[in-house]
Design a protein. Structure first.
Length: 212
């Protein structure tokens, strides 16, 4: 009998390596998109991000931010200013995705917090957790979602955040699935939010120009 299991309850990197032969590539040239040829941002962009950062600290004064607060205060403004609500991108929120495991009688199922599409191509997979959530624990879940993309000819990019920290992910599936990670950016570090916006715009531009 086939079992349906929540991705968040089952998935580990070991599990993905065993069932999908998922491998990690630590070489910088595998994922240059998060550090090379990044665009400059304007003073207005910086002022906007400074307000996002100030609001975060103001709200955090009352305690941890739950997932809904993270999405409203951090993710939604970043998607907006990065241009992912405008043409040629189309955004769909919280679709359910399934991931079939052929070596076992299991189907992993979960929800994506935000999904940006361009011509049915998944551009970003965003996974928002509590501010107290360790991003390292969320990486396997995000990769499991990304592995469910049926288009294996193009790279998939994701950003994992708990509101305070951000990690970019790249997955390539042309042969065996391989992924790479950016360094961790933190809203606690002045200027890191600027870099997050630069990376989002850079990857978005490459995709819009059909470089991917």
């Amino acid at each position: 009998m086939v079992q349906t299991i929540a991705i968040s309850e089952k998935t580990t990197l070991k599990y993905l390596r065993k069932n999908f032969n998922l491998q990690r590539n630590d070489e910088r040239q595998f994922f240059p998109d998060w550090y090379d040829n990044l665009p400059e941002i304007s003073d207005a962009d910086k002022a906007f991000l400074d307000r996002v950062r100030s609001r975060y600290f103001y709200q955090l004064d009352e305690g941890t931010l739950l997932e809904g607060g993270v999405k409203m205060m951090i993710l939604a403004p970043l998607l907006d200013i990065a241009g992912f609500y405008d043409a040629p991108f189309k955004t769909r929120f919280e679709p359910t995705v399934t991931l079939e495991v052929e070596t076992e009688e299991e189907i992993l199922q979960g929800r994506i917090d935000a999904l940006v599409l361009q011509n049915q191509f998944w551009v970003w997979v965003l996974e928002a957790k509590r501010t107290t959530f360790s991003l390292s624990l969320g990486i396997p879940q995000a990769l499991a979602y990304m592995l469910s993309n049926p288009d294996i000819d193009k790279p998939i990019f994701g950003i994992l955040t708990g509101g305070e920290d951000f990690i970019f992910i790249k997955l390539v599936r042309q042969q065996e699935p391989v992924y790479g990670l950016s360094r961790k950016f933190s809203i606690m570090n002045e200027g890191d939010l600027y870099d997050v916006l630069k990376i989002m715009r850079h990857i978005g531009t490459l995709i819009a120009m059909s470089h991917y």
